[in-house]
Design a protein around this ligand. Structure first.
Ligand SMILES: Nc1nc2c(ncn2[C@@H]2O[C@H](COP(=O)(O)OP(=O)(O)OP(=O)(O)O)[C@@H](O)[C@H]2O)c(=O)[nH]1
Ligand SMILES: [Mg+2]
Length: 455
């Protein structure tokens, strides 16, 4: 399943199911985030509807009355049918509603859509049968939150690894949702096994595709592992955090690179590695990673294990948060949970409270009281970037060793190599040799000593 309709033509109606687990302000924030996800896909959010339910597991997700209301907003193209157990009344006595005034400038609150909606998006996960039921009742395409996130990932994946990872997650999501495309007759056509329906054939195709993609992924992962091993001598910093926090912008600023930073969710899906700029000796490598979001589909988290391996190997983790977003504390919790799930720890951590340019002086002061160990930055302020650069260099030097190396003039070539890869703090020229005091990582020093023995 893919969002097939042309984005420019699609008006989306968003549905929030308020439950005891997700209600009030949290449900409203989640719906605002869904609106951003849907907008990232190029759809126009024309309205929102919410309903209180004791859970999201009802056969039709919503009560029949609400479904009928929504059907009117989508042009009455479906057939409303009562649930078999007759449980079709609203849970009116519950009150988990969206009674919060959120800053949802682009999201019309619970009201009639401005235009007839041609897709409906639920801010929760729907089982394959729920999705089918609601789609039949409303007569328009219905998506759940996971479907939307997977579609964004599919569209934004650039590198081979990301494409493979996302396609595996997408097929795993699609497989149970495949429907019979013909009347279900047992057809005997080319390529079909005897007695296989179109649905069975499609499922078999998906299984075959999945097996092939997994095989390809294993081979690319091996290659990536090789490249990471080559880098293991360098001090590595990884930028991690919620989507849209400003990781790529920070990456661009501290490495002087052209890494894309965009005001859309999940702009980055591939880990990019660049050297810290101004260049240090030895070089410090910085990696930008995929952003996280609440209720990130499990399959996607799992599929990004290898991409996040960069963060796994990092000596310093920079937790970038959008400090101007009122819900950044909850977003930070999500980041911690996902990183824990994929086993990323990192020896050192720094909380980077980004987008400080959007905060008043008072707000900035309050944040520093709340997070005394954090660094307040704006990726747009060169002074902040210089401060972060200095911090990173300082931390990288903590783990370095200093040693005097005597190099005979006969082996002069090695001096250039040392200057390129290590920090030289002192040089003393004698009659037949030069004595360099170098600072570098333990691994780098061991490699140099071995090289000197081989001379
Ligand atoms: N005002 C302000 N905007 C910022 C700052 N840093 C980043 N932004 C903006 O925030 C948006 C998201 O920035 P990105 O750098 O793409 O965020 P990201 O964390 O890489 O996002 P994903 O790749 O989706 O995970 C862009 O529009 C940036 O221009 C900042 O310090 N101040
Ligand atoms: Mg990014």
């Amino acid at each position: 399943m893919q969002l097939t309709a042309k984005p420019s033509l699609n008006n989306a109606l968003l549905i929030s199911v308020c439950t005891p687990e997700l209600r009030g302000k949290e449900a409203a924030e989640s719906l605002a985030e869904l609106a951003r996800l849907v907008t990232t896909l190029g759809f126009k959010v024309v309205g929102t509807q919410s309903q209180n339910q004791s859970s999201t597991r009802r056969v039709n997700v919503l009560g029949l009355g609400k479904l009928a209301e929504i059907a009117q907003l989508t042009g009455n193209q479906g057939v409303i049918e009562a649930e078999e157990d007759g449980e079709d009344e609203l849970d009116d006595d519950l009150d988990y509603g969206l009674d919060y005034d959120l800053d949802m400038a682009s999201v019309p609150s619970d009201n009639l859509p401005l235009a007839c909606a041609d897709i409906v998006v639920f801010d929760c996960d729907l089982s394959p049968s729920q999705l089918r039921n609601v789609e039949n009742q409303l007569g328009v395409e219905v998506f759940d939150r996971t479907g939307v996130i997977i579609e964004i990932f599919s569209r934004h994946a650039r590198t081979k690894t990301a494409k493979l990872q996302v396609e595996i997650a997408r097929l795993n999501y699609v497989a149970p949702r495949l429907r019979e495309t013909s009347t279900g007759d047992r057809e005997h056509q080319m390529g079909k096994g005897a007695g296989e329906t179109t649905l069975e054939l499609n499922r078999r195709n998906v299984r075959d595709q999945l097996a092939e993609l997994k095989r390809q992924l294993v081979s690319v992962q091996e290659e990536m592992k090789g490249r990471r091993t080559q880098r293991s001598e360098n001090f590595c910093v990884a930028l991690v955090g919620y989507t849209n926090a400003g990781k790529s912008s920070m990456m661009r600023a501290i490495t002087g690179s052209d890494v894309e930073g965009e005001n859309k969710l999940f702009a980055t899906l591939d880990t990019t590695v660049r050297a810290l700029f101004p260049i240090t000796h030895p070089r410090i490598l910085v990696s930008d990673t995929v952003g996280f979001i609440k209720k990130l589909p499990h399959d996607l988290v799992a599929s990004f294990h290898s991409t996040l391996a960069e963060a796994h190997d990092a000596s310093l983790l920079l937790y970038v948060v959008d400090a101007s977003d009122p819900s950044f504390r909850k977003q930070l919790d999500v980041v911690h949970e996902v990183l824990e799930e994929v086993g990323v720890e990192g020896s050192k951590k720094l909380l980077v409270l980004n987008k400080s340019d959007q905060l008043s002086v008072e707000q900035q002061a309050e944040l520093m009281v709340e997070f005394p160990d954090a660094m307040l930055t704006s990726a747009r302020d060169p002074k902040d970037i210089a401060k972060l650069h200095k911090y990173i260099v300082g931390i990288s030097e903590e783990g370095m060793l200093q040693e005097e190396i005597v190099i005979p003039y006969t082996a002069n070539g090695i001096v250039g190599e040392i200057r390129n890869s290590m920090s030289v703090t002192k040089e003393e020229y004698e009659f037949d040799h030069v004595k360099l005091t170098v600072r570098t990582s333990e691994v780098g020093l061991a490699r140099l000593k071995k090289r000197m023995l081989d001379l």
